[in-house]
Design a protein around this ligand. Structure first.
Ligand SMILES: Cc1cc2nc3c(=O)[nH]c(=O)nc-3n(C[C@H](O)[C@H](O)[C@H](O)COP(=O)(O)OP(=O)(O)OC[C@H]3O[C@@H](n4cnc5c(N)ncnc54)[C@H](O)[C@@H]3O)c2cc1C
Length: 381
């Protein structure tokens, strides 16, 4: 396994739970995560539960109660989706990324997988990986090495992503006793998503702005808090109070990547997660897709079929869903950033929809949240 992120640790755990010998090669000196939040929607939560991690998910995550869309400048509520109306058994969580990585790494080790850190894979060919001057072989190499995947490049060549003319800041601020709700404050050309973490002691902010200047892709570029404050200076409601509490802020450019056409080769190399299908963050599905991939890939490999046939069947089954999610995320950005009369009309439509048929708005997401890749699995905890 190349990469000890969400996809790599999840698939390593599930494969090891099913008796495979697995080693995870992670480039970082230790398994750790950046300080940021994640939304784990019901389609991702079912995978964690089927892995036997239901209790840890409930312990480390915050069960989300509602999604609220607000007008950015006035702060007024436009509409509210009550997540209590999700179908029975479905739950939506907010989690600190570090907590998810911790629980997956614990699960991988408990299942017998070996996690080797400080191992940067520099080349992949068939069932062989290069780490500096050394070469390692495996029956199957799985590339879970994220956005700049070496394994994806080996299968598909290097694709050039295109800049969406959107940048995003992320920040965590101290908070006290916040309600377990995700709010989206929408303004012309910008929006800000916010939700609490760790029992309400922290608040996660992701703020997106349209801009023409190019900004680098990647999670680790610092920016000045004042730049984020200036971009959202016209916003009302709770936003100015949140921006006052900023201390550390990161900025990155949002790029659109095509879904990789080829996910496997010859039964000895496969890719999953962001390596196969990076997505814009506007539907909060990257980690959830990684969890779905992990479950379905492990199951396909454990089905008794020859690896090549199993991987081909897996890719054919997964790609249409993944494309649909990535395209839906692309469309969401435009809806949040409307300007002029379209903006008033869209908000009116959302208000009326929310007032007249509150359940209907949520049922639009049934295809996404109601999808259970573990349906039929025995021993789900
Ligand atoms: C702002 C933002 C908010 C998001 N919010 C959400 C959300 O709310 N919900 C959601 O579902 N998703 C969300 N996502 C998406 C989600 O974070 C990613 O889709 C997810 O982390 C993908 O997991 P992965 O394991 O495929 O890749 P990664 O998490 O990127 O992990 C890849 C791992 O591989 C390692 N690696 C890379 N190259 C090598 C190499 N050559 N050798 C060895 N190791 C290597 C890396 O160090 C890393 O540990 C968000 C993303 C962003 C940017």
């Amino acid at each position: 396994m190349i990469g000890g992120g969400i996809a790599g640790l999840a698939v390593a755990t599930i494969l090891a739970q099913r008796g495979a010998r697995v080693e995870v090669l992670e480039q970082a000196a230790q398994i750790a995560e950046v300080g940021a939040g994640l939304q784990i929607s019901p389609n991702g939560a079912v995978v964690l539960r089927a892995m036997g991690l239901g209790d840890r998910l409930r312990g480390a995550g915050m069960r989300a109660g509602a999604v609220e869309l607000c007008d950015g400048p006035s702060g007024a509520r436009v509409t509210r989706l009550d997540l209590g109306a999700l179908r029975a058994g479905q739950a939506y969580y907010f989690m600190h990324r570090a907590d998810l990585i911790d629980l997956l790494a614990d699960a991988a080790r408990a299942a017998g997988a070996v996690i080797s850190t400080g191992q940067t894979v520099t080349g992949v060919e068939g069932g062989e990986v290069r780490i500096g001057a050394a070469t390692r072989r495996a029956d199957l190499v799985i590339g879970a090495d994220g956005l700049r995947s070496t394994a994806r490049a080996a299968l598909n060549g290097r694709a050039v992503p295109f800049f969406t003319h959107q940048v995003a800041w992320r920040a965590l601020i101290p908070e006290a006793g916040a309600r377990p709700e995700v709010t989206v404050h929408m303004g012309p050309g910008r929006h800000l998503v916010s939700y609490p973490l760790r029992g309400g002691g922290l608040r996660n902010l992701v703020a997106v702005e349209e801009r023409h200047r190019w900004t680098e892709e990647g999670w680790h570029h610092r920016d000045l808090p004042d730049n984020l404050r200036a971009a959202f200076a016209g916003f009302g409601g709770p936003v100015p109070g949140w921006l006052d509490r900023l201390s550390e802020v990161h900025l990155w450019g949002l790029f659109r990547h095509p879904v990789a056409p080829v996910w496997h080769e010859g039964g000895h190399l496969a890719i999953l997660g962001d390596a196969a299908h990076p997505t814009l963050p506007f539907l909060a599905q990257g980690a959830n897709m990684a969890l779905e991939d992990a479950w379905t890939l492990a199951l396909a490999l454990d089905g008794g079929e020859a690896p090549d046939a199993a991987l081909a069947r897996w890719q054919a089954a997964r790609q249409p869903r993944v494309r649909r999610i990535v395209e839906a995320a692309n469309r969401n950005a435009r809806a949040y950033h409307l300007r002029g009369p379209m903006r008033g009309l869209a908000h009116l439509g959302l208000r009326l929809g929310g007032a007249l048929a509150p359940g209907l708005a949520l049922s639009r997401f049934d295809w996404l949240y109601g999808h259970d890749v573990t349906a039929g699995a025995k021993g789900a905890a």
